[in-house]
Design a protein around this ligand. Structure first.
Ligand code: MLT
Length: 260
C-alpha cells in the first residue's frame, strides 16, 4: 500500500459526517445536488479520489482499492472525523468495501450506489488490463468513448449538458490514472465475506436501467447483505442516479441516514 495522498475535497453543512465517494473516472462534482440538499442536516464531504478531479496523482502502475481507501481515511483524520456514513458510487463502492476491511471502526453505515461486492471475472480482468494499455498508448478518450454510450439510461439525452460534462470529466482524467484504477479494480478481492460480516446499517440503491451493472446485480446482492438491508430501485435511471434522478437519490439517502 502506498502512503496516503492529500485529497482535494469540498464540504458543506454541519452534523453527522457523510462522505460521498465518486466512481471511475469521475470527480466530486457529480455529487453537487446531494451535497447541497443533505448539508441542511449533515456534514457532507466529497473528496476527489487520487488522480481524479483536482486531487494529485501518484506515479504508480496500480491504484489498489486499499490505496484509495487509505487516502479517504487520512482525509477524515485531517478533518478530525472519527466515524462517518460512507456512500460509494460504483468504484467508490469498491473503495468503501476496502475501508470496511481496513478500518470498520471509521464507518457508521454504508450506502451502495450502483455498486456491488463481487470480484471481476477473469475476462473482465483481462479487459481492464487491455484498456489500461490502450489508454496509455492512445489517450483517455478511448475510455471516455467506450463508456459514453452506457453511462446513462437508454432514454437519457446524450446531447444534454450533463452528458457532455461527464464525458469531459472522463476524457480529462489522466491516462495514467485510468490505467492505474483499472488495474486496481481488476485486482480487487471478493468482498462478499466483508459484507456478510458487516455490522453497520446498509442500503443498496440502483437505477433500474443501469447498463453497466444491471439491476439484477443489486437485486441479488440483497441476499448476501445483512438481514434488514433495503434495496431502493430508482426508476428511469442508469449508472448515474445522482445526475439522472438527483431528487430520488437524495430522498433514498436521506431516508437511510435518518434511520442511523
Ligand atoms: C464506475 O463507475 O466506477 C465503474 O464503472 C466501475 C467499474 O468499472 O466496475
Amino acid at each position: 500500500m502506498s502512503d496516503p495522498i492529500p485529497l482535494h475535497y469540498t464540504e458543506a453543512g454541519t452534523g453527522f459526517p457523510v462522505v460521498l465517494l465518486h466512481g471511475f473516472p469521475f470527480d466530486h462534482t457529480i455529487w453537487a445536488a446531494q451535497q447541497s440538499a443533505l448539508s441542511d442536516t449533515y456534514r457532507v464531504i466529497t473528496p476527489d479520489l487520487r488522480g481524479h478531479g483536482q486531487s494529485p496523482a501518484l506515479a504508480a502502475d496500480v491504484y489498489t482499492m486499499d490505496d484509495f481507501a487509505q487516502d479517504v481515511i487520512a482525509l477524515l483524520d485531517t478533518l478530525d472525523i472519527e466515524r462517518a456514513v460512507w456512500v460509494g458510487h460504483s468504484m467508490g463502492g469498491y473503495i468503501m468495501l476496502a475501508a470496511l476491511r481496513l478500518a470498520p471502526e471509521r464507518i457508521a453505515g454504508v450506502a451502495f450506489v450502483a455498486t456491488h461486492p463481487y470480484p471481476d471475472s477473469a475476462d473482465k480482468q483481462a479487459g481492464r488490463r487491455a484498456t489500461a494499455e490502450r489508454v496509455l498508448a492512445e489517450g483517455s478518450v478511448i475510455a471516455a468513448d467506450s463508456m459514453r454510450p452506457i453511462m446513462f439510461a437508454p432514454n437519457f439525452d446524450t446531447e444534454s449538458a450533463t452528458a457532455q460534462t461527464i464525458y469531459d470529466i472522463m476524457r480529462n482524467t489522466a491516462p495514467e490514472t485510468i490505467a492505474a484504477a483499472q488495474r486496481g479494480m481488476a485486482g480487487r478481492p471478493d468482498s462478499v465475506p466483508t459484507v456478510r460480516a458487516m455490522t453497520v446499517p446498509a442500503v443498496v440503491i440502483a437505477g433500474t436501467d443501469d447498463q453497466i451493472m444491471g439491476i439484477n446485480v443489486a437485486r441479488g446482492m440483497i441476499d448476501v447483505l445483512p438481514a434488514g438491508t433495503t434495496l431502493v430501485e430508482i426508476a428511469d435511471s442508469g449508472h448515474m442516479p445522482m445526475l439522472e434522478q438527483p431528487a430520488a437519490l437524495t430522498d433514498a439517502l436521506r431516508a437511510f441516514l435518518a434511520g442511523i
